[in-house]
Write a protein that binds this ligand. Sequence first.
Ligand code: 5GP
Length: 113
Amino acid sequence: MSQTLFEKIINKEIPADILYEDDISIVIKDISPQAPTHLLIIPKKVIPKLSDATKEDQEILGHLMLVAVKISDDLGLDETFRLVVNNGAKAGQSVFHLHLHLLSGRNLNWPPG
Ligand code: 5GP
C-alpha cells in the first residue's frame, strides 16, 4: 500500500520542520499555518482517522495529548492552545493519517467554523 504523506515525513523522505520526535510520535509545523503557532502532532502508527482507532491505540492517543502539553510548555505558549482533530472529509480532514492540530498565538473564536 502507498505511504501517507505523513509517513513520508516520518521516514524523512520528504522534508518538514520537525519540532519533536519520539518512538510514538512526531511534531511538525503545518505547511499552511492557520495561527502563529500551528503544529501537527502525528502518531508514527498509521491510524487513518480517529474513528478508526481501537482500544489497542489507547496509549498512543493519550501520548499525543501529553506531547501537546509538553510542546506547549517547551514553546512557552502560556498553557493557551487549541487542539483540533478533523475526522472525515466532511469535517475537513485532508490527510488520512491521524493528527492533532495544535493552534496558538492568536485569539481563537468559538464556535469554530
Ligand atoms: P487535515 O485537513 O487533514 O485535518 O490537516 C492536514 C494538514 O496538513 C493541513 O493543515 C495542511 O496544511 C497540512 N499539510 C498538508 N501537506 C503538508 C506538507 O507537505 N507538510 C506539512 N508540514 N503540512 C502539510
